[in-house]
Design a protein around this ligand. Structure first.
Ligand code: HEC
Ligand code: HEC
Length: 292
């Protein structure tokens, strides 16, 4: 039923009531329904403690347009994002940027870092303008979307040993791994352009096409920018995508050899010049690892 102008003039009280009813419906629609949380949740990053109650307000303001009211990645802007990479569905509890082994939940600090850093070349912007407390609160809230965070504990972060010397011999060994032993080229291409023979067939866990990373275009990755980030990325893999975790097949020395070779594919990479990502407070962090 629509109220005509006349009716509104004659029945101001009723119209007012109607408007109030509408307002209630609208606010009910933007109210975020938390699926599984049994109570307020927390995050712990270094000395920071994040609270989901505050995180919810921030989420409603900054994140809902893409990640959606139910955290399932179906926000109203989701269909228009660059590259067709959809916002994360938080209900699955599956994340790309982890310091933990494949299949494990991420640490709170992994989510905290991902929010600060953004995921380069996707719609997910870096949230540098938010304070560290804001980011911690958001992490606490994001975790309430998936029951996994109540039922499981994240595994320990993998150990990243000190970097070995970056020299032509190490790069050569890395090349051997990439081109022959581990066959990274099958997806990433012989020259690292993301055009390997398997590339056109790849899909993520939601059935969407996912191109392998093109090493020749940038110097940053979705999950960081430093050599230690790069080491961690291929050792733990990008869960929810065909990019495997290699830690069972690659020794620490071989890991650094791969890092040194991959850097030679990145024509835009200048050693020591890679932008550092905002790191977790109170952690002896990866970003501090020297880039030689
Ligand atoms: C303009 C759209 C957009 C907005 C706004 C946005 N995101 Fe995202 N977000 C994305 C996309 C797209 C991805 C997936 C990128 C990918 O999978 O490569 C993503 C992924 C993520 C991830 C997953 C990281 C991982 O390791 O898998 C987290 C966490 C996240 N966003 C948190 C947030 C938070 C918190 C906010 C609000 C402060 C926010 N996002 C706002 C688009 C957005
Ligand atoms: C089965 C296909 C496949 C194989 C084999 C593969 N990758 Fe990937 N890789 C991918 C895909 C797909 C992505 C992009 C995932 C995304 O954007 O979310 C990716 C992304 C990456 C990234 C960038 C991650 C980021 O944070 O942006 C690195 C680094 C990488 N791969 C290294 C390797 C190395 C090293 C090997 C071999 C040891 C390898 N990959 C083997 C499919 C593969």
């Amino acid at each position: 039923m629509t109220l005509g102008v006349g009716a509104r003039l004659i029945l101001p009280g009723a119209a007012c009531l109607l408007l109030t009813a509408f307002a209630a419906i609208c606010s009910a629609q933007i109210d975020i329904h938390i699926h599984t949380a049994t109570g307020p949740a927390e995050s712990h990053i270094g000395k920071l403690t994040g609270h989901s109650k505050t995180g919810k307000q921030l989420y409603r303001r900054y994140c809902i347009g893409c990640h959606g009211p139910n955290g399932d990645g179906t926000g109203e802007n989701a269909p228009y994002l660059a590259g067709g990479i959809l916002p994360r569905d938080f209900t699955s509890g599956i994340f790309k940027c982890r310091s933990t082994p494949s299949g494990s939940l991420p640490q709170d600090s992994d989510l905290f870092d991902a929010v600060g850093r953004g995921l380069v070349d996707t719609g997910m912007p870096p949230w540098g303008p938010l304070t560290e407390q804001d980011r911690a609160d958001l992490v606490a809230f994001i975790k309430t979307f998936s029951p996994r965070f109540e039922e499981e504990r994240p595994e320990k972060s993998i150990v990243i040993p000190a970097e070995s010397a970056d020299n032509p011999e190490s790069q050569k060994r890395g090349e051997e791994l990439y081109q022959k032993t581990l066959k990274c080229f099958e997806c990433h291409g012989k020259g690292g352009k993301g055009d390997g023979p398997s590339a056109p067939t790849l899909r993520d866990n939601q059935g969407n096409r996912i191109p392998p990373y093109d090493f020749t275009t940038g110097s940053r990755f979705k999950c960081g920018a430093t050599n230690a980030d790069l080491y961690r990325i291929f050792m733990t893999g990008l869960d929810g995508t065909p990019m495997p975790a290699w830690s069972d097949w690659v020794s620490p020395d071989q890991g650094w050899d791969l890092v040194h070779y991959l850097r030679t594919l990145q024509v835009n990479y200048k050693a020591g010049k890679s932008k550092t990502a905002p790191s977790s407070p109170g952690k002896p962090h990866l970003e501090k690892t020297k880039v030689k």
